[in-house]
Design a protein around this ligand. Structure first.
Ligand code: HEM
Length: 416
């Protein structure tokens, strides 16, 4: 991350428009006008470090094309970078965004690995979590007074509790687990300072040390959680390193992203009371509303792919090593796909066509769970507090890939 940041900062200083995307505080505060500019410049826009697209069709094509990889294989990197990369891999702990994490693994390894994890992460298993998510949401809501920080007291707690259930983390370890997750989660973002990076590493090391022992306990005495099933797969198995990376990825990926969905979703409904009214009139609309929240202000704003072989995309010839940034948040505002894309409309018929969960082989494995948590979490919140209002100044996270609120002070004048 550090090296990438150095390159990006230098390019931004030289006026590179895409590099500015990652460092400019104004763009970070509101990236949508920036995406519009990129989209107007063309389907695939070249910067000094990478190509970018804010077009829905082009972003989808890149994500789905097998000419692109996630690029962490050192085969395609320039020799000095590859050397640093290999050295780094030897000294850093296995984290959510380090190999063998599936997020940064290309087929055919990715195919095998994801297939094994998907065996336990089934639609039925996710749906089976519904009663527990509902119960957790109600418990968290019962603890709140008339004024509270919605992120700190609710949005940040629901997803991590669900992940702890999935991973079979015992009650007594929950607090500790939350702290490690909080430390490790920023690893999903770009441009960490060295101090932040150190902190994520410490969180990952501590959680890994505990996790290795946890795998042993689950092997001896399985629980009814999904991780127990994963350590007890019949036939082909995941290695301990793959289990560690998976547990870390579930924690990190299911952590801040879903927190952002809950925070952003709540803020959108509080600032669009007519839309909230539509949900009150017809609770069957909640599912679509969550899609519109994901589309309108995506918790993950961008990703990157590295070209693996010569390929033509949108009339542009790309060569191996070229980096393309599909701007997911920008694709979600493409007027060619979404009418009046800057309008938040919970009844939008095609909201689900957003790219917030990416596309192709890395399509979010937790999408069904995220949707369920969004729907249950937000519905429970507004059922309990129909008159919830923003009460103070919301503060955005300083992250670049992830987008959401760090703090959202609210008041709940009417409690039922
Ligand atoms: C991958 C978004 C919640 C697990 C991804 C990717 C995106 C994403 C954009 C792909 C990145 C890329 O293509 O480079 C989100 C959003 C969420 C969310 C917006 C919440 C609103 C979750 C949850 C879990 C999860 C709750 C699991 C508990 C994963 C995993 C991958 C992934 C395992 C890697 C899949 C692969 O590489 O094959 N997510 N995610 N995510 N997500 Fe999520």
């Amino acid at each position: 991350h550090g090296f990438a940041r150095l390159g990006i900062s230098a390019a931004a200083r030289k006026g590179d428009i895409q590099a500015r995307y990652f460092v400019d505080p104004e763009v970070r505060a509101d990236p949508y006008p920036f995406y519009d500019r990129i989209r107007e410049q063309g389907p695939l826009v070249r910067g000094s470090l990478m190509w970018a697209t804010a077009r829905h069709d082009v972003a989808s094509a890149v994500l789905r094309s097998d000419a692109f990889g996630v690029g962490f294989s050192d085969r395609r990197l320039p020799a000095p970078v590859a050397l640093l990369w290999r050295l780094g891999r030897r000294t850093t702990p296995i984290g959510p965004v380090d190999p063998p994490s599936m997020l940064v693994t290309d087929p055919p390894d990715h195919t095998r690995y994801r297939r094994l994890v998907a065996k336990v992460f089934t639609a039925r298993a996710i749906e089976g979590l519904r009663p527990k998510i509902e119960q957790t949401a109600q418990e968290l809501l019962s603890d709140l007074g008339p004024r509270f920080d919605l992120v700190e007291r609710y949005a940040a707690l629901l997803p991590v509790t669900v992940i702890a259930d999935i991973l079979g983390v015992p009650m007594a370890m929950r607090r500790q687990f939350l702290d490690w997750g909080t430390m490790a989660a920023p690893t999903l973002d770009l441009g960490l300072t060295f101090r932040q990076y150190r902190r994520t590493e410490i969180g990952i090391r501590r959680s890994n040390a505990w996790m290795r022992g946890h795998f042993e306990r689950l092997r001896a005495r399985p629980g009814d959680d999904l991780l127990s099933q994963l350590v007890h797969l019949e036939g082909e198995q995941l290695t301990d390193d793959e289990l560690l990376a998976t547990a870390g990825l579930l924690l990190a990926a299911g952590f801040e992203t879903t927190v952002n969905l809950l925070g952003t979703g709540a803020a959108l409904l509080m600032t669009h009371p007519d839309e909230l009214g539509k949900l009150r009139d017809d609770p069957g609309r909640w599912r679509g509303a969550v899609e519109e929240m994901l589309r309108y202000d995506s918790p993950v704003q961008n990703t990157a792919r590295v070209c693996q072989r010569p390929v033509e995309i949108a009339g542009v010839r790309l060569q191996p090593g070229h980096v393309v940034v599909p701007m997911l948040g920008g694709a979600n505002r493409d007027p060619a796909v979404f009418d009046d894309p800057g309008r938040f409309d919970v009844t939008r018929p095609n909201a689900r066509d957003h790219l917030s969960f990416s596309g192709g082989v890395h399509y979010c494995l937790g999408a069904a769970l995220a949707r369920l948590e969004g729907e249950i979490g937000l519905k429970a919140l507004f059922d309990r507090h129909p008159g919830l209002v923003i009460d103070g100044t919301p503060r955005r996270r300083r992250t670049r890939v992830l987008r959401g609120y760090a703090s959202l002070p609210v008041a709940a004048p009417v409690t039922v």
